[in-house]
Design a protein around this ligand. Structure first.
Ligand SMILES: C[S@@+](CC[C@H](N)C(=O)[O-])C[C@H]1O[C@@H](n2cnc3c(N)ncnc32)[C@H](O)[C@@H]1O
Length: 464
């Protein structure tokens, strides 16, 4: 592969090498020191896998172009990989084949888990999404069979385009491709040989760049490296569930862990059309998926959605005024109590739906029931992360409910000083040492707010 890339104009390969690392497996090793910001690798456009390159292929391209409606980009890339791999004695594909030969022969994405391994995280959104994904991938393969493989048996022999082959190629695309937004909201998905050997580190800032004018891909050093260090890139701030679904690994104690809460309302609900309009005005969809995170377990948008969902006719005007002035707060004690009660109960039910409850999972992991790095261990990490987030969300809903019952002021948004309203962009906020929830821009605001905050502080602390 190196010879092909160098011949095609790749830059930087002589300063980098492939090596095995204990934590991440195969990755890229620096052969000399690099300074942060230095360009360390460029892979030229003519070696990169894109949908455009697949369409330009003299044999595959016309067949792909004949498919209506067009195939998805990930299907095009997956077919391109399988097609190149299938052209065993065709010298026109020999160079790209050197890259295909270096792709891992197996993947550890959750889609490949046994039922027993996946059951460890039953109740999590990963479990649900993986189950859906398996169905979707199966359906997509059947469509390819009828739309392409059966019609062009000479190009797509089924022993090289089996369901297993399709799943392998699709997983290669998910776990190794990069997405870039280019002009006019368009985006490009690509897979770049050698650059796709770079592993992810949470602290590696965005350091891969696509040049739309040349089509080249470059990697910059995200920090200083010494010779022998592993070079990393950043795949994004991704929760373990998504990491396992699309990349096949997890990061223990991942700060990006989340639970994607889906909020929806029956179209038969009273005042549905008016509420639909209010959600839209408030920047929400009638089916809203809102990530709950450890940092912000109950985002304001969840409360906003539910306040609208539970409005009665006499409260429509108040809500419209709030949206117009962007001054969101509770509509009434009754509305607020209803939504918080509902949240507390539904999150409790979600937690009750996990196959292995949090406390038991923590004991199992501490006792080494799941061997670190195994599929079941990875599923356990996802379940752990999601349940921790849900627990924090329930605690916050309960505390808020208690404060409504006590007649306290509602919680201020978590990115604002509770006293003066300065937000986290304007000042560094620190949390109250006792309840660890309400935040201030400085000591002065905290002291000035003490009297007002005392009762809520007590109920928040008690629910922790
Ligand atoms: C773009 S490839 C990187 C190269 C890959 N390690 C290889 O040998 O081909 C992405 C895959 O690398 C692995 N990976 C990347 N970052 C990782 C990390 N921080 N910890 C564990 N595995 C990682 C995962 O298997 C992932 O699907």
């Amino acid at each position: 592969m190196d010879a092909w890339l160098k011949k095609s104009g790749a830059v930087g390969l002589s300063d980098l090498d492939l090596a095995d690392f204990p934590e991440t497996g195969r990755g890229v090793k620096a052969q000399r020191p690099f300074k942060a910001g230095e360009r360390i690798l460029t892979i030229p456009a003519n070696c990169i896998w894109t949908a455009k390159a697949a369409y330009a292929d003299p044999i595959l391209g016309p067949v792909l172009q004949s498919v209506q409606p067009p195939l998805s980009v990930e299907d095009i890339l997956a077919l391109y990989i399988l097609f190149v791999r299938s052209r065993v004695d065709d010298p026109a594909y020999a160079e790209r084949q050197t890259h295909v030969a270096m792709l891992p022969s197996e993947h550890t994405l959750s889609m490949f888990f046994t039922d027993e391994e996946l059951r460890v995280c039953a109740g999590s959104s990963l479990y649900t999404l993986t189950t859906h994904l398996r169905g979707r991938v199966g359906d997509d393969y059947k469509k390819l069979l009828t739309r392409l493989f059966m019609r062009h048996r000479d190009l797509f022999p089924l022993d090289k385009f089996s369901f297993q082959d399709y799943k392998w190629a699709l997983s290669s695309v998910w776990s190794r491709s990069m997405d870039f937004t280019i002009a006019k909201g368009n985006s490009v998905r690509l897979m770049a040989p050698f650059a796709d050997m770079l592993n992810h580190a949470s602290d590696a800032k965005q350091c891969h760049a696509y040049d739309p004018s040349t089509g080249d891909l470059s990697i910059l050093a995200c920090r200083d490296y010494q010779a022998g260090d592993q070079v990393f890139i950043h795949y994004g701030n991704i929760a373990n569930g998504r990491l396992l679904r699309l990349y096949g690994f997890v990061l223990p104690d991942n700060p990006n862990d989340n639970y994607e809460l889906v909020l929806q309302t029956s179209s038969m609900a009273p005042l549905y059309e008016q509420k639909q309009r209010l959600w839209k005005l408030a920047g929400l969809d009638e089916v809203s998926t809102i990530p709950l995170t450890l940092k912000n377990p109950l985002p304001e948008s969840v409360l906003r959605y539910l306040r609208i969902q539970r409005l009665d006719e006499s409260e429509l005007g108040t809500m419209t005024m709030q949206i117009a002035t962007e001054s969101y707060k509770k509509i009434s004690d009754e509305n607020e109590s209803q939504i918080l009660q509902f949240l507390s109960e539904s999150i409790g039910a979600l937690l009750g739906g996990f196959e292995v409850p949090l406390e038991k999972l923590e004991v199992q992991l501490a006792e080494g029931l799941y061997s670190p790095g195994s599929n079941a261990w990875a599923a356990a990490q996802v379940s752990l992360g999601e349940q921790r987030v849900l627990k924090a969300a329930k605690a916050k809903a309960d505390a808020l409910l208690a404060s409504v019952a006590d007649g306290d002021a509602p919680l201020p948004p978590s990115n604002q000083c509770a006293k003066c309203g300065k937000d986290s962009k304007a000042a560094r906020l620190m949390a109250c040492g006792k309840c660890k929830t309400v935040k201030y821009c400085g000591r002065e605001c905290q002291v000035a707010h003490f009297k007002e905050h005392k009762a809520l502080c007590r109920s928040l602390s008690a629910s922790k």
